[in-house]
Ligand binder design. Structure first.
Ligand code: ADE
Length: 265
């Protein structure tokens, strides 16, 4: 069930959120985990991210191979069932709370802000990243992971999708953002169609483009009203643009361009 933005309270920081990532390429994550908000959140003990190299569970103790050719023929290699099942079972045993097991898949449930908030309310996630032609079907049959897609396109592996999930989820952990209200005012947070109002900073004028007068006025009530109106206008323009371009089906008509910011009417 999709939860509306305001239905879920922010989680109390009574427990550190734990995210386990199972991957064949743990090094992909290192730069990302050590930068910016995520590095700070980890240092401050707000989130714990644990990387697991799937090759450690390979039955092949010489070359640590985890893939093999598909039965029935076809291109590429398939990740074998035994290392994945044994790795997930071992990782589940590493903490006392069971992890919500997600598998990164282009055909999975589309990630949106409502799902992000649901995931952020979970004390523990386990993100399973595929490579090559994907996993042996018995991985799904035995483990019943929830397939999650970050969009209708195919990546070389699940690692970037896992980083997208981590990046979007940690914004909702209390204490991670400087301002607790920040994530609540993000686009899509209040409802799935909510679009944040335009933002400006100094200088007040650049190449003839002026910051709207009201934002310089100091009148908080007028500013609130302007933002509400700008947000409504952008949401409506975006709705019209999406209807015309039908992006979810990939049936983009005009040159397949992204909507302008804000979308033109
Ligand atoms: N793995 C490959 N492509 C993906 C996608 N679009 N979303 C999630 N996982 C993926």
């Amino acid at each position: 069930m999709a939860l509306s933005g305001s239905a879920l309270p922010l989680r109390e920081p009574v427990q550190v959120m734990r995210i386990d990532v199972i991957t064949l390429f743990p090094a992909i994550f290192t730069g990302y985990l050590d930068q910016s908000l995520l590095a700070k959140a980890r240092k401050r003990g707000l989130v714990q991210i644990v990387l697991h190299d799937l090759r450690a569970w390979s039955p092949d103790k010489k070359h640590f191979k985890v893939d093999d050719r598909p039965y029935g023929g076809g291109p590429g290699m398939v990740i074998r069932v035994e290392p994945v099942v044994e790795c997930v079972e071992a990782v589940q045993r590493m903490a006392d709370v069971p992890g919500r097991l997600l598998v990164m898949s282009p055909t999975g449930r589309p990630l949106d802000q409502q799902l992000v908030r649901q995931l952020a309310a979970s004390p523990r996630l386990i993100l399973l990243c595929g490579r090559y032609e994907g996993f042996d079907q018995r991985v799904y049959d035995l483990l019943h992971p929830e397939p999650i897609s970050i969009g209708p396109y195919v990546l070389n592996g699940g690692e970037v999708a896992a980083m997208v999930i981590i990046d979007s989820v940690i914004r909702w952990i209390p204490g991670v953002l400087g301002n607790e209200e920040s994530c609540r005012s993000d686009s899509f947070s209040q409802d799935p169609h909510f679009v944040k109002a335009a933002q400006y900073t100094r200088p007040p004028e650049y190449r003839g483009l002026k910051v709207p007068e009201v934002l310089l006025s100091g009148d908080h009530e007028q500013i609130r009203k302007w933002r509400e109106e700008d947000s409504r206008r952008r949401a409506e323009l975006r709705r019209q643009w999406l209807a015309r371009h039908d992006t979810a089906c990939g049936n983009q008509t005009e040159e397949g361009r992204a909507p302008p910011h804000p979308p033109e009417s």
